[in-house]
Write a protein that binds this ligand. Structure first.
Ligand code: MN
Length: 739
């Protein structure tokens, strides 16, 4: 049956009056004028449109405005924007009209909502859309709150859509909107979105669970009554007004439990939670909650593992509540949630209910958790280079990550996702602190950057001006902020090095008569198997590609010749073994065969001595060598004088061992290897690192040409930080493990 126009108009007017009624508490005097104006504009603009259900379109904006007011506790601006949220997208009204008729703030929010709508109508990947949506939202959180109201109403009326449309919207809802609602502390809305989504993605299962929940309702209520009874008796004596609710858990959460724990419906015991809401004054509420906790757990034994205190430290989405899981009658665990009516309002409607947007001149001045979160979002969004999907993963991880809390040395509380490390903590304090982080003291004890924070840790970050973020840090940071900042810094650094490389390459090309042209650069890129110009110039700047050895003539002129990339570099390394170093044994330069002792591996420049073995061979030891000293003391007559000849081939390689000790900081291993193999181009035969209570010991086996060479390397390594000690060790002290 179709309603005639007059009946419809009456219905529209009635829905509008209901909206005014539910928004009464959040409106100031005079606000009604602007709401009426928005309503009239929306009615006019949508007058010829109908929803898929056949109803007048205006029912939808009114319903969205009502959700905003009634279920989120939003104020006048949001109600106005909700009423107008589809007009720019779907009708002839423009943003300029809105700005003229209302104000720039409202126009700005409508603009955000319109952009989101635009984004979703295209066929670009969902993740990219989501990122765009958050970009828009970062301007004003009301954009996202109203978008959530819009989505909730669309989900509530989804039955009129085609099957395919239903699935798409339902999937999107569970993928993006429910997590978002969760993060914003809108638990009721999150739960409803999840349930509605399940209803369309798994209809049969949803109906079955719904049926089973209904069928067990009476039995459950009986149990709840028996559970509540003794608690009520005691609460009545406390003299605080209270309300106890036994609430069934959502179908979605039951479904989740069945899937994740592989249970049948009948085996899911916590189908409901008991909620005790106290009507306390704000100054008494915590005390009252703890009193009720104490009463409850003296009647029923609590499970200490499942006690949750979010009243001393609230969740970062604003949630405050005290949770206990106790052993109820018939040996059944029951979750009890204890909170004040103020806390309950936050839990039901989200923090939004407590943000005051009435004064347009004041934005969120109080540094609350949501602000911090929005700041984080902005920071993630700054990372324009990451893929959208990567971004979404990190974002979602941050949404769902449980929290740990830790203290600064001054006792300030900071919350981080569970699994965060001291390096995350450093970045959380400040980007610069993170970038310069060397290590940390947790509860007075030295820990590495990768230390996983535990609740209540007090963390002092140690920094050094010399410190720089490096790639390995990405392996153990958890927060998006730290990841983003590290990646940014690495990119910046790479650009700087590449800039230097480009400069010197350009100079070399100029001097040899080649243009620094796209064509020529491409040839070099291909020849050196680099990904692009940036990578090529970076490798030159870093010395990975030796500028001096680039044979421009060959590469650029003889383009017809097929190059075997890398062959040039291989050639230069194979040169190394040609000459042999001279060792003078005995009094003369008699050519005697000798080998270098494996225990100490002397290198040119070292003081050495020869030792005649039982088999008649000569072994050359470093005079520092403990074995050699032992041999000398016992078999002095077998010693033969030895010394290096003046000229030593630079290309000859000798093995030497180094030990590095210092303060443990992760990323250090790669720093050491970087210096050794990339900066100084020393071959590493093996490397081992171990850490012990904040200190580390690293042992390296290297190929060097001369003592001086080794000493240069040691000097550079000592420059890593002030705590580092570098010393030469005998090779048999280096583990055989090869890298
Ligand atoms: Mn809409």
């Amino acid at each position: 049956m179709k309603l005639d126009n007059t009946t419809e108009n009456k219905e529209i007017a009635s829905r509008y009056r209901q909206l005014l009624k539910v928004s009464k508490w959040s409106r100031e005097k005079g606000d009604i004028t602007i709401i009426r104006k928005a309503f009239v504009m929306a009615v006019d603009a949508h007058s010829s449109m109908r929803r898929k259900s056949g109803e007048p379109y205006i029912y939808h904006p009114i319903a969205v405005a009502r959700i905003a007011a009634e279920e989120m506790g939003l104020g006048t601006t949001s109600i106005v924007c909700a009423l107008l949220h589809d007009v720019v997208e779907d009708t002839d009204i423009t943003l300029e009209d809105i700005e003229r008729e209302f104000n720039p703030k409202i126009a700005n929010i409508i603009d955000g909502l319109t952009k989101i709508a635009g984004v979703y109508d295209t066929n670009s990947p969902q993740a990219e859309n989501f990122r765009k949506m958050l970009l828009t939202m970062a301007d004003d959180v009301r954009v996202i709150l109203i978008k959530l109201c819009d989505r909730l109403h669309n989900m509530r009326t989804l039955e009129h859509m085609s099957d395919r449309g239903q699935l798409k919207i339902a999937a999107e809802t569970s993928y993006i909107y429910a997590p978002l609602a969760h993060r914003l502390g809108l638990y009721t809305i999150k739960t409803e979105l999840e349930d509605l989504s399940l209803k369309y993605t798994q209809p049969a299962l949803y109906q079955e669970l719904k049926h089973k929940l209904n069928a067990t309702k009476e039995q459950r209520n009986r149990y709840i009554r028996s559970f509540i009874k003794p608690i009520k008796l005691e609460l009545d004596e406390l003299g605080v007004d209270y309300e106890i609710k036994g609430r069934p858990k959502s179908i979605h959460s039951i479904y989740n439990k069945m899937v994740s724990k592989n249970l049948e419906f009948e085996d899911v015991y916590d189908l409901f939670a008991i909620r005790i809401i106290l009507d306390s004054d704000p100054e008494d509420e915590k005390m009252d909650c703890w009193n009720v906790y104490s009463i409850t757990t003296s009647i029923f034994k609590p499970n200490p593992e499942r006690m949750r205190d979010w009243i001393s430290i609230s969740k970062s989405n604003g949630y405050e509540s005290l949770h206990a899981t106790v052993m109820g009658p018939k040996g059944q665990w029951v979750e009890v949630q204890i909170r004040s009516s103020r806390m309950d309002a936050i839990a039901e409607k989200g923090y939004a209910a407590h943000w005051k947007y009435k004064d347009e001149s004041k934005t969120l001045t109080k540094a609350n958790n949501l602000d911090n979160w929005l700041t984080q979002i902005r920071e993630i969004l700054e990372d324009q280079d990451g893929t959208a999907l990567e971004f979404l993963d990190e974002f979602k991880m941050n949404l769902y990550a449980k929290e740990v809390f830790a203290f600064t040395p001054k006792g300030l509380l900071r919350k981080l996702p569970k699994g965060s490390t001291t390096l995350d903590f450093a970045f959380d304090i400040h980007t610069e602190v993170g970038a310069k982080c060397l290590g940390a003291k947790v509860n007075g004890k030295l820990v590495p950057l990768s230390y996983e924070i535990k609740n209540g840790d007090q963390i002092e970050i140690l920094t050094s001006a010399k410190q720089k973020p490096n790639k390995d840090w990405l392996n153990f940071v958890k927060t998006s902020k730290a990841k983003t900042k590290i990646k940014q810094s690495l990119k910046d650094e790479k650009r700087v090095v590449a800039g230097l490389g480009k400069e010197s390459l350009a100079r070399k090309m100029r001097n040899t008569g080649f243009d620094y042209s796209v064509d020529n650069i491409n040839k070099l890129v291909i020849y050196f198997k680099a990904v692009d110009e940036l990578e090529l110039t970076f490798q030159i700047g870093k010395g990975i590609i030796d500028k001096e050895k680039i044979k421009l003539q060959e590469i650029l002129v003889q383009t017809a010749k097929v190059h075997k990339p890398g062959s040039e570099r291989e050639e230069s390394t194979s040169l190394k073994k040609k000459t042999s170093s001279e060792l003078l044994l005995g009094d003369a330069t008699i050519n005697m065969d000798y080998t270098l002792a494996q225990c100490c591996n002397p290198i040119p420049g070292d003081k050495v001595m020869g030792f005649i073995t039982v088999g008649g061979d000569i072994k050359v030891h470093n005079t520092r060598c403990k074995n050699a000293q032992n041999l000398m003391s016992k078999y002095g007559y077998r010693i033969i004088k030895a010394q290096w000849a003046g000229e030593v081939s630079i290309e000859e390689d000798f093995e030497a061992g180094l030990e590095i000790r210092g303060i443990d900081s992760l990323g250090l291993v790669s720093k050491v290897t970087d210096i050794v193999s990339k900066q100084l181009k020393v071959n590493m035969k093996s490397i081992s690192f171990e850490s012990l209570d904040g200190t580390f010991i690293g042992k390296l086996k290297l190929q060097v040409s001369h003592k001086e060479h080794l000493e240069q390397l040691m000097d550079v390594l000592k420059g890593i930080d002030q705590y580092i000690k570098v010393s030469r060790i005998d090779l048999d002290n280096v583990p055989k493990l090869t890298s």
